[in-house]
Design a protein around this ligand. Structure first.
Ligand code: ADP
Ligand code: MG
Length: 255
């Protein structure tokens, strides 16, 4: 694969917690334009890998490249500036904010420097910050939830929170978006809606790397699929080939 075709390259990444090896020489590439799945049994190291790639953890060894640039050890906002953004498995605290204000929290490519003024002195809101709020509102409308913009963020249902989290991440205008269990605890109807949004955004040019526990969901959405087991890549391939791979079946059954 040529350099232009690879949006994320992970090379022999390693991360331990005390004596526990969470990420063990993990290597893979994500091809531009794909929806790539990342699966593996509980504790395989999927979330740790996301934290390493997005700058929330520093690897003990190995290398992360985004769009051909070495971002190993860079801070989350720097990684985001290079085009890689991630969502969280469990959304952060949003107390005291409206939904559209909550949209502006996090590593952003486009955020103003002092958006915290939004929460302290309304009169001090600059025109740039006002533009950001308008962008947030517009993005919510793109996701069919514009009516939630002025509601308290704490009033959202679990499913609405997942939609807002996806919309928030898209505000940063990512080239590759990492989603950690986007449909965990979400009802089937909303899971379908989320899948449709992911496919819509992918067709418009965003590459996705998606961790998902729901096998049916990820097999329908993603291709290729990377299988992680005990911190390293066990295999990679089409949903069909991964589904029938003995080693994958053993990893899930063996636990
Ligand atoms: P997955 O997302 O695939 O379920 P994780 O990346 O969350 O797996 O965890 C991989 C392993 O690392 C697990 O054994 C987990 O208990 C351990 N682990 C993850 N985060 C931490 C942490 N902050 N401190 C200690 N151990 C951790
Ligand atoms: Mg996890």
């Amino acid at each position: 694969r040529s350099k232009e075709d690879v949006v994320l390259r992970v090379d022999e990444l390693r991360k331990t917690f005390g004596g526990l090896v969470a990420t063990d020489d993990a290597s893979f590439e994500v091809e531009r334009g794909t929806i790539t799945g990342l699966i593996g049994p509980n504790g395989a190291g999927k979330s740790t890998l996301f934290n390493l790639v997005s700058g929330f953890y520093e690897p003990e060894a190995g290398r992360v490249e985004v769009n051909g640039t070495d971002v190993t050890g860079a801070a989350p906002h720097e990684v985001a500036e290079h085009g890689l953004v991630r969502t969280f498995q469990t959304p952060r605290k949003l107390e005291g904010m409206t939904v559209r204000e909550a949209m502006l929290v996090g590593p952003q490519r486009q955020a103003g420097e002092s958006f915290f003024a939004l929460f302290t002195a309304t009169d001090a809101v600059t025109s740039e910050e006002r533009t950001n709020l308008e962008d947030a509102h517009r993005m919510l409308e793109e996701f069919g939830i514009g009516d939630l913009a002025r509601q308290p963020a704490t009033d959202l249902s679990g499913g609405q929170m997942k939609l807002v989290e996806l919309a928030r991440a898209m505000l940063a205008d990512p080239e590759i978006l990492l989603l950690d269990e986007p449909v965990a605890g979400v009802n089937p109807t909303l899971a379908n809606t989320l899948a449709e949004h992911i496919e819509r955004l992918n067709e418009a040019g965003t590459t996705f790397l998606v961790i998902e526990h729901d096998m049916e969901f990820i097999m329908n959405l993603a291709d290729p699929i990377i299988v992680l087991d005990q911190g390293h890549v066990l295999t990679e391939g089409t949903p069909e080939s991964v589904r029938s791979d003995e080693r994958v079946i053993d990893a899930y059954l063996g636990g």
